[in-house]
Design a protein around this ligand. Structure first.
Ligand SMILES: Cc1cc2nc3c(=O)[nH]c(=O)nc-3n(C[C@H](O)[C@H](O)[C@H](O)COP(=O)(O)O)c2cc1C
Length: 303
């Protein structure tokens, strides 16, 4: 059995979960092709997803795709990957699984999003998984959300996810039924609101605070440029700036976090009140989750 594991992980949680998936699959004698799209110079900033996928994805029996939840949706870079996925063909299976990591606020309709586009690409979903993780904004917040997560506590869940496909035999592929209906776990009202109001690209352009570069503090060390997960920063005359064209800033905060001179500000603190309210265990959003980390469909795996 060969699995291609493809993911995007600006702040590292999805990467951590991907490594756990890889470890569990290897234990089950599965070969894993591990493809990290983050800060991938073949992909960013030009975004030639189709060519990249054609050239890099090897023959596989299952494609496993993972990414973070941004604004209650699957991150648009992962959706763009799925939209550009070549058709399944000889050696490229139609069977897929998907997973997300989210920062303890709401996983929203991210799994649903991914499944919708995977189905359009004629993929059949055998499992979905969400993992409750540290919030990307933690280094800017005074009260941390889910610090240290994901940790080894989620290994049994990851094992369950892997068991749903690690033993699939090629001969049964045509009998496999798509399970992605089970990814619609949020109440209907919440799903409709998220679909209408949470357009991630729109929110990026309007709501998230802009990254600011301080030319007086900047030492032009280029660390922010090399660490940007989507390669959207370039050196200007006095300090770095966001490039025009290609990838746009995804507001992950990595550049501000890694800058040794503290020359980059990302004023997300003003949202701290909302985040705390929504992420507390009694908060309305989190309550909608049911279980915090889970594999869908929610049932025991039968071999
Ligand atoms: C711009 C932005 C938007 C986010 N939106 C959400 C959200 O709607 N719900 C949530 O629970 N977490 C949200 N998060 C937190 C991430 O989903 C979470 O930290 C995730 O595990 C990050 O994955 P990564 O470390 O692989 O990048 C957001 C993070 C960022 C940077």
């Amino acid at each position: 059995m060969n699995v291609t594991l493809l993911f995007f992980s600006p702040t590292g949680n999805t990467h951590k979960v991907s490594r756990m998936i890889e470890q569990k699959l290897v234990e089950k004698k599965v070969n894993v092709q591990f493809i990290d799209l983050t800060n991938n110079l073949e992909l960013f900033p030009k975004r030639n997803f189709k060519k990249f996928l054609e050239q890099n994805i090897e023959e596989h029996d299952l494609l496993c795709i993972g990414g973070p939840v941004y604004a209650e949706r699957m991150h648009y870079n992962i959706l763009d990957v799925i939209k550009n996925l070549p058709k399944s063909r000889n050696g490229w299976s139609k069977i897929a699984s998907v997973f997300v990591t989210y920062g303890g606020v709401s996983s929203g309709i991210a799994l649903q999003d991914a499944a919708k586009y995977l189905r359009k690409k004629k993929r059949v979903l055998v499992a979905g998984m969400k993992i409750d993780s540290a919030h990307s904004f933690n280094s800017f917040l005074s009260t941390k959300i889910n610090e240290e997560k994901p940790n080894n506590e989620v290994l049994p869940i990851i094992n369950d996810f892997c068991e749903r496909f690690a033993y699939l035999r090629k001969t049964y592929h045509d009998e496999i039924r798509d399970v992605s209906k089970s990814f619609t776990y949020l109440p209907l009202k919440k799903r409709i609101i998220t679909k209408i109001f949470f357009n991630e690209r729109f929110i990026h352009n309007t709501i998230y605070p802009k990254i600011k570069f301080d030319s007086k503090k900047c030492q032009k060390c280029d660390i922010c440029i090399s660490q940007c997960p989507v390669q959207c920063i370039e050196m200007g005359k006095d300090s770095p700036k966001i490039k025009k064209g290609g990838s746009s800033c995804i507001h992950c905060g990595v550049c501000a976090e890694v800058c040794p001179q503290n020359a980059i500000t990302f004023n997300i603190q003003k949202f701290e009140g909302f985040l705390k309210k929504w992420s507390s265990e009694t908060g309305s959003h989190y309550r909608n989750e049911g279980v915090r980390s889970a594999v869908y469909p929610l049932k025991e795996f039968k071999k």
